[in-house]
Design a protein around this ligand. Structure first.
Ligand code: MN
Ligand code: MN
Length: 463
């Protein structure tokens, strides 16, 4: 039952392709550190491959035929790509879906304050993080400020080598006797994740000005971005690790980066999608969803109706719409819910069950179920579906493994799988194994990325 180490199966041609994909993935990670940036980058890449904005096609009352490629942008934070197939759409679509939001630290709506000569931004973290991992390291701020007049200001500070970075302080060990005795979740508390952004007071006649440092930083923001303090009321600013993804290991076999969960699967999907130049048999769909890390909620999370609405529009644009056709299309579809899996970590072997763990370098991972405590909250995929996928993967010479998330009753997690399964389609989780998942810097194997691309391509074309 032991699975192949993918590396041992590669020809020189494979290794060359693997390195090219890895290089392009690192670029993708660096240009997409927020869900919005990922959508922008995905659109840019898709337009190079002939994808058009579906909203424009719809506005013109245009029709789509087999081979046509469109994208449907949901509020700039989630996106779907479709390539129309030869078969009638009611025969179902081949769907791959990942999420492009990652754990991070968000600014509060009223974030700025000054204390003891330091200016701070107050935050509320997003997703499941170990708060103590985010202190004492360079951080960057990415996001948008929506001004009252409707203009949207894009902000990226801390990525250009000439930029300053920001960050959160930690306590020196000399004074940490109390702190070191606390349990992990309390070493750094949520309200202590405040970001230092300045220490130099503005020149002022009033030497009792309690906000001189804060005001000096505000003047910089005013000059550079033309924003005022009140504009933070309508902003989405995310604090993320500063700097780029890079090769990891003396043998360069891995990649360390921020947001592998789940941008590694998102990128593998796009790479697979754009590599398909022929008209597919069944209509192909690639979903990049937002808000997975906080429960797939909100207008841009997978639980919203944008996917169903886009498929309704697709049915309308490729023929005549009726509700029954939409339901048949969704129920007849096949999906890979592409999300990362916990990589077996020998340093924490006790939380894993070795026979059913994902190992770095053993290929794309299928999780029949996720969930916690008796599979709670999981989409438990059908055996028949997994059987068909085994054949499909073997025919395409994809190295794959199967896993569940740790030992029974050790913890758990979920994905978007169950949401799409509610339409009656076959869905299974499939993704890349990650070390240090949800840490500021996560680690994957280049081989698993390569196998994910192969797996998703084979699935989109042949499922
Ligand atoms: Mn994920
Ligand atoms: Mn996650």
């Amino acid at each position: 039952m032991e699975r192949n180490v993918a590396w041992t199966t590669y020809t020189d041609k494979d290794l060359k392709k693997l390195e090219t994909i890895s290089k392009n993935y690192i670029k993708f990670l660096d240009s997409g550190k927020t869900e919005r940036e990922c959508v922008t980058e995905a659109i840019r890449l898709s337009e190079k491959h002939g994808y058009r904005d579906f909203a424009e096609v719809i506005a013109e009352g245009g029709k789509l035929k087999a081979g046509d490629c469109v994208y449907s942008n949901c509020m700039g934070k989630a996106i779907m790509f479709f390539k129309v197939g030869r078969q009638p759409i009611e025969k179902g679509m081949n769907i791959v879906g990942a999420h492009i939001d990652s754990p991070r630290i968000d600014l509060k709506q009223n974030p700025m304050y000054e204390e003891a000569g330091l200016a701070y931004l107050d935050t509320h973290y997003y997703g499941g993080i170990k708060k103590y991992q985010w202190v004492a390291m360079p951080l960057a701020m990415h996001g948008v400020v929506a001004k009252k007049d409707g203009t949207l200001v894009n902000i990226v500070i801390g990525e250009d080598p000439k930029d300053p970075v920001i960050g959160i302080s930690d306590l020196l060990p000399h004074l940490a006797a109390d702190q070191m005795g606390k349990k992990g979740s309390l070493i750094i508390e949520g309200e202590a994740l405040d970001v230092i952004i300045g220490s130099k007071p503005a020149k002022t006649d009033d030497d009792k000005d309690k906000d001189a440092v804060k005001n000096a930083v505000l003047a910089i923001l005013k000059e550079k971005y033309d924003i005022e303090e009140e504009d933070f009321l309508s902003a989405e600013i995310e604090i993320v690790p500063a700097g780029g993804a890079r090769e990891f290991g003396l043998d360069r076999s891995m990649i360390i980066g921020y947001g592998h969960d789940d941008r590694v699967c998102a990128y593998a999907q796009l790479e697979a999608l754009f590599d398909i130049s022929d008209i597919p048999e069944y209509t192909i769909c690639c979903i990049l969803a937002d808000k997975e890390e906080i429960g797939s909620v909100g207008a841009t999370g997978m639980s919203a109706k944008y996917f169903e609405n886009a498929v309704a529009e697709l049915i309308n644009a490729t023929g005549d719409y009726c509700d029954l056709k939409l339901r048949r299309t969704l129920a007849a579809s096949r999906m890979l819910s592409c999300d990362v899996s916990a990589g077996f970590d020998p340093l924490f072997a006790g939380v894993f069950e070795r026979k059913n763990s994902a190992y770095l370098g053993r290929g794309v991972c299928f999780n029949k179920y996720t969930g916690r405590g008796g599979k709670g909250g999981s989409n438990d995929a059908n055996a028949e579906y997994m059987g068909a996928l085994r054949k499909l993967m073997e025919d395409a010479k994809v190295n794959f493994q199967t896993a569940e998330l740790g030992k029974v009753d050790q913890g758990g997690g979920g994905t978007i799988a169950y949401i799409c399964a509610a339409y009656g389609m076959n869905v299974i989780d499939s993704g890349v194994a990650v070390l240090s998942m949800h840490a500021p810097w996560e680690i994957i194997s280049k081989a698993d990325l390569y196998e994910a691309v192969k797996a998703y391509r084979a699935f989109l074309v042949n499922a």
